[in-house]
Design a protein around this ligand. Structure first.
Ligand SMILES: Nc1ncnc2c1ncn2[C@@H]1O[C@H](COP(=O)(O)OP(=O)(O)OP(=O)(O)O)[C@@H](O)[C@H]1O
Ligand SMILES: [Mg+2]
Length: 261
């Protein structure tokens, strides 16, 4: 395509949120990721499944910039971000949650969300020159509602259940204007009821926000994702729709025959 429309398309980053080409990551002699090529469309919901040590979290670390890949390139909405620092990726709308909770126990739920929203907004200097915080407050209230924490609005984070803390982590990823979120095992350690809440929260996120969810629970993964990528020993060995993955004999052997979950 040529002309103004092509330029507009490039400015909006084309139709892929993420394009990984030949991404690898070594730790000394260990190859944690080998030649990962992966495309995720804008707004797409993708699950990444794989055994312990398959390289799933390392994949996230290379996308967010926590670790540089040792080979390959990563594009975010068409822009090559391979060498970008973490904050430049956040500024472009990339978010993540971590496998282990990192929350401030002594703050209330609403204050935690508010501070996250203010931290990524231009109003963050308002401590020096107090200005209207209302738009940020309103955003914090909307996000709290989206993650179903209304009833715990003024509770201290340290007093929340494990499931509620996971919901709060989703809230933090929604602060600002996220375009794509990486969720690292958000359902780990949740009760069946908490899992149902989480699935509902994730499926009800605004349609333009795409995500990748790393998930050991096949049931959760297949319910929230449109496509599934299977990893093993640092490589992708299968990609397909939830139906295709569920009926795949190799996947069945691992997840259904192997007494998983
Ligand atoms: N910072 C690091 N230093 C050295 N080795 C690492 C580091 N991070 C990960 N690894 C190794 O890379 C491999 C992939 O680890 P990774 O954490 O990506 O796996 P995972 O698929 O997320 O596993 P899990 O399901 O247990 O979370 C493992 O062998 C791991 O020990
Ligand atoms: Mg991991």
């Amino acid at each position: 395509m040529t002309g103004p429309a092509a330029g507009l398309d490039a400015a909006h980053g084309g139709d892929h949120a993420l394009e990984l080409a030949g991404v690898g990551r070594r730790f000394g002699a260990l190859t944690a990721l080998a030649d990962i090529s992966l495309k995720v469309k804008a707004g797409e919901r993708r699950a990444v499944l794989g055994s312990n040590g398959a390289g799933k979290t390392t994949l996230f670390n290379t996308i967010t910039g926590d670790f540089a890949p040792t080979s390959g390139s990563i594009r975010f909405f068409g822009e090559d971000i391979t060498g970008f620092p973490v904050h430049e990726r956040i500024r472009r709308g990339l978010r993540r949650t971590y496998q282990v909770s990192l929350l401030f126990a002594g703050l209330s739920v609403i204050d935690t969300i508010f501070l996250a929203c203010r931290g990524v907004s231009r109003r963050r200097f308002s401590l020096r020159r107090p200005g209207p915080d209302e738009p940020t407050r309103a955003q914090a209230e909307r996000i709290m509602h989206a993650v179903k924490l209304d009833e715990s609005r003024d509770a201290l984070v340290g007093a929340l259940s494990h499931g509620q803390q996971r919901q709060l982590e989703v809230a933090l990823a929604l602060a600002g204007a996220p375009r794509f979120i990486l969720f690292d095992e958000p359902a780990a350690g949740l009760s069946p009821a908490e899992r149902r809440d989480l699935v509902q929260i994730l499926t009800q996120l605004p349609a333009h926000i795409g995500f990748i969810i790393i998930e050991h629970d096949l049931d959760v993964a297949l319910r929230v994702a449109e496509r599934v990528t299977m990893m093993h020993e640092g490589r992708i060995f299968r990609e397909g729709t939830p139906d295709e993955i569920e009926s795949d004999p190799e996947v069945q052997a691992i997840y259904l025959g192997g007494g998983h979950g």
